[in-house]
Structure formats: C-alpha cells, structure tokens
Design a protein around this ligand. Sequence first.
Ligand code: CTP
Ligand code: CA
Length: 223
Amino acid sequence: ENDILSKLPLKGKKLLLTAGPTYEAIDPVRFIGNHSSGKMGFAIAKAAANLGAEVFLISGPSHQQIKHSFVHRIDVVSAEEMYKASHKYFGEVDIAILSAAVADYKPKNIATQKIKKTDASLEIHLAPTKDILASLGAIKKHQFLVGFALETNNELENAKGKLARKNLDAIVLNSLQDKGAGFATDTNKITIIDKNLNEKAFELKSKQEVAKDIINEIIKKLT
Ligand code: CTP
Ligand code: CA
C-alpha cells in the first residue's frame, strides 16, 4: 500500500508540454526557423515524469532525446502542426506548459518547387502563425496553464502583459540579458510570475535545475 510511486506528487496528473523550435517551409528544401534547442522543454518533461506525471511532449525539430516510460513524444515540424497536436491533448491534461519557441510568422505561400536563384532580390511575404498558448488560454477550464516569455527589454512588464493577454496561471520569464541564459546555453535564469503577479526570481542554474524549480512551483500552486 505504501508503495513509493503513490507518494509521487504528480502521480495521476497529465501534462502537456511544447518544446523546441518550429520550422516554417519556404519551398521543399528551405524553411524559417530559430535556434531553440529544446533543452529546456525536454528537461521539464523529465523532471515532471520523475515526479509521476504522464507527459505528452509535443516537440518541434530537436536533437534532444528522452527515454522515460511516462513520456510520450509527439514530433511536429510547423506551428500549425504544433497547434493541432496541442489542441488534441489539451482537453485531457491537468497542466500545460508551453516552452516551445514557435515561429511568429510563416511564408504566405509555400513554393511547390525549389526556388531558383536570379540576379534580382527576392521577397518572401509572411503571415502570422496561430498563437497556440493564447488559443489554449481562451478555452481552458480546469487546466493550469503556464507560458514562457523570452524578452530582451522591459522584461517584467512584457511578461506580465503576456500573462494577462493569454489568460495564464503563471509565466516563466527567461532573461536573455544575462550571459549564460537562453537558447544555445545549458543554463537559464528565470523569474516565475503567477496570475496574482507574485514574482519569484531564481539564480542562474543548469536547465535541469531550472526545470525542477518550475515543476516545484507548479506543484505548490496546484495544492
Ligand atoms: N507561443 C505559442 N504560439 C505562438 C507564439 C508563442 O504558443 N505562435 C507561446 C510560447 O511557447 C511561449 C509564449 O507563447 O510560451 C510566449 O512566447 P513569446 O515568443 O515570448 O511571445 P509572443 O506572444 O510570441 O510575443 P513576441 O515574440 O512578440 O514577444
Ligand atoms: Ca514570439
């Protein structure tokens, strides 16, 4: 009866997680993307699964690997695919953490053949992608919804704006101002802001440790 698993704080909870970049096709061989590695999202998946959560990890193109019997990995490429997969699982989860670096724009038209070079300049028209996080905020019921904010200036103000606009329960502000924090690194410096605008700032840490901090804060706010 007193088995170890039953003591895990996230046992029986389901978690939706987005991670990594998205790639938006220009033609059959080219895309618009970004430098997100997926490290932060995969670390959160592992931290949550280690505490008993069943994790649906929706990942854009990433070299990260994860082997955990509680983690189901769903690979996607574009923002549209990530949107569809996120909505597919959102209804059945208790917590959703959207850490993906989703492209904000995609080419309006995808060329069906490889675009050939000419001497003239080339214009590619872009259209906005769907905001996955905002779309989940608009329909959420019981779910605890967490977003990320990547900012270079007016950090707290911008993060609080996103928290309110997207109807979130908490937002993780990722400081790019600090050296050693961000996309290409193994470390991050975060501040977590909840919907009552309580702020909690953390030290620069490894992404594994940051992931544990994020999960611990969510557990505290769930109970
Ligand atoms: N996000 C999303 N879908 C998008 C864009 C962003 O789900 N199409 C999510 C990200 O995963 C993150 C949060 O929204 O959790 C904030 O992303 P961010 O890029 O910081 O903010 P934006 O709202 O896109 O605004 P901007 O890039 O102009 O700062
Ligand atoms: Ca963005």
